[in-house]
Design a protein around this ligand. Structure first.
Ligand SMILES: Nc1ncnc2c1ncn2[C@@H]1O[C@H](COP(=O)(O)OP(=O)(O)OP(=O)(O)O)[C@@H](O)[C@H]1O
Ligand SMILES: [Mg+2]
Length: 110
């Protein structure tokens, strides 16, 4: 669980992406092509699509953890061209088959 100090020092992050194109290694077909969008702090964003559409791999690109694919994109963090990998400790997503521990509680930020 995050301590009070960790919560206070966590910066709000806006991630803007454009021209995001993803091709599986060894294949020529694009899974994603020229995707444009923005994830803003304090907002809920939804990624919708049928099974196999590329939702999970798209989220993996946005957190800098996509494997087995070639990605081209422009990503701006808070308006600056930074590596999303620099924020790996504070950006993540829960996989659909994640284990939810019964003793975990929701903690409200101060
Ligand atoms: N590491 C990988 N190597 C090869 N192919 C992959 C890899 N990751 C995903 N794929 C393929 O890329 C496509 C998109 O997969 P992805 O898991 O992102 O879909 P999804 O929208 O999350 O599907 P679901 O709703 O079933 O979770 C699928 O055809 C999948 O087989
Ligand atoms: Mg998925």
């Amino acid at each position: 669980m995050a301590s009070d100090i960790e919560i206070r020092t966590r910066p709000p992050i806006e991630e803007f992406f454009k021209d995001l194109t993803l091709t599986l290694k060894g294949k020529t077909k694009h899974i994603l092509r020229c995707v444009l969008g923005k994830l803003s702090p304090g907002h809920v964003s939804a990624v919708l699509g049928p099974s196999g559409a590329g939702k999970t791999i798209f989220l993996s690109v946005l957190i800098g953890k996509a494997v087995g694919c070639t990605v081209t994109r422009v990503i701006l963090i808070n308006g600056k061209p930074e590596l999303v990998q620099s924020y790996m400790k504070i950006i993540c997503f829960l996989p659909q088959d994640d284990i939810v521990h019964k003793n975990l509680i929701v903690q409200k930020n101060p």
